[in-house]
Design a protein around this ligand. Sequence first.
Ligand code: SAM
Ligand code: SF4
Length: 332
Amino acid sequence: MRPSEITKLLAGADDAGLFSAADALTRQNFGLEIYLRGIIEFSNHCANNCRYCGLRRANRGLARYRMDVDDILVATALAGEVSIGTVVLQSGDDFAYSKEDIGRIVTGAKASSGVAVTLSLGDRPAADLDYWRSCGADRYLLKMETFDEALYARSRPGLTVADRLGRIETLRAAGYEVGSGIITDLPGMTLDILARDLLRLAELDLDMIAAGPFVPHPDTPYGAEAAGSVLIALRAMAILRLLNPLANIPSTSALSALREGAREQGLTVGANVIMPSLTPETVSAAYNIYPGKNAFRADAASRVEAARAAIRRVGRLPSTAVGGSKRRRRHG
Ligand code: SAM
Ligand code: SF4
């Protein structure tokens, strides 16, 4: 697809055709199954100051927490107990955890419940990324957020597109299944920028790709900006499916933060993954990236059950599979 065609689709030129084509392709490649990933948000400390994120270093209003290694392993063991095949370990860019600490979590999680382990720990040095891979980490999620250099510099002060892209290549070379993605309607993002971002993501030939809408957080510099459009985020997901037939594409929690039921809708326009939180209830509300994040207060097992019920409501089947990259299998 040309950038101009994508811009037209993002503007709503043919929602019915776009959504049904994306859904048909998803069913063709994944059947009715939706993969579940249990996300454990183990620290909300962050060294960075992204202008959109509630975890940013300068946000003094946030009660900060760090789970210790043993508590994180209790949460990863729960994933096995509730038949979830993948855990995603996510945090702010928190260098209080040494590479060995994270290595122990990866080894422990794999040994106790045999789950696939995805890391989403931000911009860590290549030596850490290589080490965790050698400990058995399977996948790494590092969203580009946008490829537009000016927008990136404004949104993530002091950080660059080139550095983020370089890290994605490091992850690929280390043998991870690699995931990336963008925030749709990030303040300053035009439809042309979004169209180019979707094409750039496709060029990266990723195993996992996420597009979630911008949700304003009042305690950030972007707090007064308009929330992203749910419809544009759904269109972006559908376009991503058409451009990346075999990628694992999640329906993000940012969708449901903006409109109840939107995350389920994402499962009918190209997404094949949903990520319920396994973060202990004692800290989950403090993982306050944006308002509405982890708003469903219940124990982790009930949250997983609710995600399975949501999947069934849209006529899909919750899978217990590990759900590794089909793109990889194609490449051999
Ligand atoms: N610190 C790591 C990083 O930035 O890669 C991982 C944690 S970070 C909280 C996870 C994701 O949250 C980011 O990649 C970003 O896309 C998303 N995010 C943060 N603030 C957001 C907002 N206000 N609206 C939508 N998504 C947001
Ligand atoms: Fe930190 Fe990630 Fe939030 Fe940026 S998006 S402030 S790196 S947690």
